[in-house]
Structure formats: C-alpha cells, structure tokens
Design a protein around this ligand. Structure first.
Ligand code: DUC
Ligand code: ZN
Ligand code: ZN
Length: 474
C-alpha cells in the first residue's frame, strides 16, 4: 500500500486550474495528484464532486474577552467544529492584548484556551491595544519572531482605539519586523459624536447602529490608514470592508502602486442595513449588528466589483458569535437598551463558503479559481502559511473539502454547529455545499456530522507574510 488515503474520481480545483484527477495522501500530506491512484488503505469516492483546498478563514473571533457581562458564544471546540462542518481546515482568531496588560501574558492566556481543544489547525493574529515602549520594543518583535507574524489595530472602540501617533508607531514596528498589519478602519470621534446625537434624539433601536457609523466614517478612516502606511512605506491589510466608499479608497491606493490589501465578508454581499430593523424596529435587529455594519444593495454591487477585479484578496467570515436570547448576549446587552451596548459581531464561520460559492460561482459572478483563491489560497499566502496550506499539490497538508456544486440547501440554525442560538442567514438558500472535510488526511466532518476530535488540530506558528515586505514578489 503506497497511500493512506486516495480520493478518487473527483475534479480537483486550485486557484489556477480545474483538472479531473485523483489525490494520494500519506502521513497527512498530499503526495500525488494523478490520473489514477491505486493502492490505498482508504478510498474515498469523489465522483461528481469538486475536490477543493480546505477553506482557510483568516478572520474569526473565538473565546475572545468581550467586556463585562458579554460572553462569546464559541470556545475553541465549538468554533473549530463549526468551521470544519462548513468546509474549513484552518482558522485564524485574534489573541488580543487587553489595555494595561502585557502582550505576552495575554497571548499565553489565550493560547491556553485553545491547546487540546481545536479540531482543525488554528493560528493566531495579535491585537495591539496598548502600544507601550515595552510592547513595541520588546514583546511584539519577540512574538513576531516566534511565529505571530500579523497583528490588528483598531481606529475605534473606547478600549481598543489607537490615535494617529500610536498608529504610526505601530506601523513602524510592522515595517521593521516585516509583520503584516491589519487595520479596522472606522473613525472613533465621528462614531462617538453620531452615537450621542442619535441617543439624544431617542433613536436607540439596533437599526441606528448603521447610521452611527455610516460609510463616510469607514472611508475617512481607510484614507487615513492608507496615508499613514504610505508615509511610513509599509504594507497593510484593511479588514472587513463593507461598501463602495472604503473600497474605492483601497482601489485608488492600489492603482497608485501602494501595497494595500483588503478583505471583505459574507455580510457585505448578502445583508443590508434594513436587516437591523428586525421586526418593526425591535431588538431582533440586534442579530445583524456587526461592525462595520451591512450597507445597501449598491454597496453589495460595489463589493462584487472589488471581488471580481482583485481589489479584495481574502474573503473571511469575521465570525464573531454572540447569543441572542441570553443575559450575556444581544437581546439585553448589559441590561441596557441602546444599540451602543449591543455586542458587535455575527456568527458565520460555517456559512462563509456556501454563501460565496452560491452567490459567486453558482450565480456566475466569479470563477471556481477565484472562489478557491478568495476562500483559501490567498489566505495562506497572505499570512505565511503557503506552501503548506492553501492548495492541492504534492507537499501540501492534505486539507481538502469535497464539494457538491449542485446541492441545494437552506441555511437554518438547526443545521449549524456554532455556539450562537441563531444565524443571520436563517432561510437563505444556497446552491453548493461541503459534503466532507478532511484535515491533514483525516475526515473531520461529513454531511453535517462532526467526526474530528478536540486536539486533532494544531496551533500553528507562521512564517513572515511575503505581502509584508515592500516590493516583494508574490
Ligand atoms: N471588528 C471585527 O473585526 N469583528 C467584530 C467587531 C469588530 O469591530
Ligand atoms: Zn474589526
Ligand atoms: Zn473581526
């Protein structure tokens, strides 16, 4: 027996090709892609199915401290199970520095929550919220060298916002250490001003989350971040872009040759601000509250434009799961009623791939190659996991999803495995569904059933992102 597993009869799709081929796996890695593969202990029949690189979701939040009285709905076991059921084989959550604390201690504490719990491979970004001289001069450089090669900074939120001076200092460290800096672009002062004004007018329903942070606020912050990055000559990734305004800033930067990269998410191609109205402006609108907020149909069209034209490199879920009907969730946030207190985030790690495939490939908006690039390959390349993850070729981890391109499904909470008690896509119909997820040669999920065990997934260190180097070839 030459192989542990042979996947036979399927159509292998990568970011560059679609070919009819079998895949041979040994020791958790792909060792052959060929017309016919014989001699395996386990044969998996993939006829009629697409054989895709497992999804890599480079933007999720799991078991993250979310402030007093608020608890995230997924721990690493449920979050990775949900990811696996949705066709993913790697996720990248954020190890967040809490203000007033050292970065290293926060990372160690967070890592402990994940060890032995993950069903699929997991690798952490950092969040820098308190860029003290010790953090910037010692802790961050040491952590980058240890394999935490990307970090996020925020331009809003009381407990996370960095001012312009701090952003510049952090960007300078990213440049020096060749780490990739990810930026949450929404302007703090404008949001605070608008929020207070709306509340004074009695406009406190979840719907007003949208008007409290309109596109202009995101566009201004995107432009400011781009300017800072240009000033210091450092590459940058702008995460969770929601609409035309910010997208056009990014395209403008890219057309000027700046190394500005961008991510978008399922909520920005499928939801609108009207979803936050709920039933007659009630609290059910809180189920859709995330930041930046979903916009309008025209913004959705702009995001598709960006996806088609390559303005966006990655399509992530920004899975940030809270419960709705719970004292620690969205319905009654901290016992208060204003939208200001509703935890920002929606669950989506399990539905990201079906939504992109259905709205993108099945509806003819993007090619299979674009789908694979946006959902897997570009994430691996962007964050230093390539050529171990993100494609189907000899030498890559055997991280594979078998995909039924014809299967019709209706997304509904009872089919999902996340810790939230709802999905924002309840009743949403898709064409295309993951039928089997294999991580490092082992089946972890099949037809909605979780087969993997906590501990099957490793915590990965990463190499430097080739995108973090100015003028790098990638
Ligand atoms: N930013 C995120 O990346 N996720 C959830 C909320 C937020 O502000
Ligand atoms: Zn963010
Ligand atoms: Zn996020």
């Amino acid at each position: 027996m030459d192989y542990d597993v042979a996947i036979r009869g399927g159509t292998v799709v990568t970011a560059s090709d679609t070919v009819r081929a079998d895949v041979g796996i040994r020791g958790g890695r792909i060792v052959a892609v060929a017309d016919v593969i014989d001699g395996a202990r386990q044969i998996i029949d993939a006829s009629g199915l697409l054989v895709l690189p497992g999804g890599i979701d480079s933007h999720v939040h799991i078991a993250q401290a979310s402030g007093p009285g608020i608890v995230m709905a997924d721990d690493f076991a449920s979050g990775t199970a949900s990811a696996a059921a949705g066709g993913n084989t790697t996720i990248m959550p954020f190890a967040m520095q809490q203000r007033g604390r050292g970065l290293r201690e926060c990372v160690e504490e967070y890592r402990e929550l994940a060890v032995g719990k993950c069903l699929i491979d997991t690798s952490f970004h950092l969040v820098i919220s308190d860029p003290t001289p010790t953090v910037l001069g010692q802790e961050l450089p040491a952590l980058v060298k240890a394999g935490y090669t990307s970090f996020k900074v925020f331009m809003t939120y009381d407990d996370l916002v960095l001012n312009d001076r701090q952003l510049l200092e952090v960007f300078a460290v990213a440049r020096r250490e060749q780490a990739l800096v990810m930026v949450h672009c929404e302007g703090y002062d404008s949001i605070k001003y608008l929020t207070e004004r709306l509340e004074a007018e009695g406009k406190t329903a979840p719907y007003y989350h949208g008007p409290s942070r309109p596109q202009i606020v995101e566009r201004e912050a995107a432009h400011r971040a781009i300017s800072h990055a240009e000033l210091l000559d450092v590459p940058m990734m702008i995460v969770h872009v929601s609409g035309r305004e910010a997208m056009e800033q990014i395209r403008w930067a890219q057309q000027r040759g700046l190394p500005v990269y961008a991510e978008t998410c399922p909520q920005y191609i499928t939801l609108t601000e009207d979803d936050m109205k709920g039933l007659n402006m009630d609290m059910t609108g809180a189920k859709y509250v995330c930041s930046p907020p979903p916009r309008d149909k025209e913004s959705q069209a702009a995001i598709w434009e960006g996806l088609q034209q390559g303005v966006f490199h990655t399509f992530s879920s920004d899975h940030c799961p809270f419960r709705y009907e719970a004292t620690d969730g969205k319905l009654n946030p901290r016992g208060r009623t204003s939208f200001r207190w509703v935890p920002n985030g929606i669950p989506g790690v399990e539905t990201r791939l079906p939504i992109l495939f259905s709205e993108g490939v099945s509806k003819g908006r993007i090619s299979l190659q674009q789908f694979v690039a946006l959902s897997s390959t570009n994430h691996a390349k962007m964050y230093g996991l390539y050529p171990r993850k993100g494609s189907i070729a000899p030498g890559f981890d055997a991280d594979i999803v078998l995909w039924d391109a014809k299967r019709r499904e209706t997304i509904t909470q009872s089919k999902l495995h996340h810790g939230s008690d709802y999905t924002p896509w309840e009743g949403f119909e898709v064409v295309g569904w993951p039928v089997m997820t294999m991580a490092k040669g082992k089946i972890v999920a099949e037809n909605g059933k979780i087969i993997g065990q906590p501990g099957d997934g490793a915590i990965l260190e990463r190499g430097r992102s080739p995108y973090a180097t100015r003028n790098a070839q990638h």
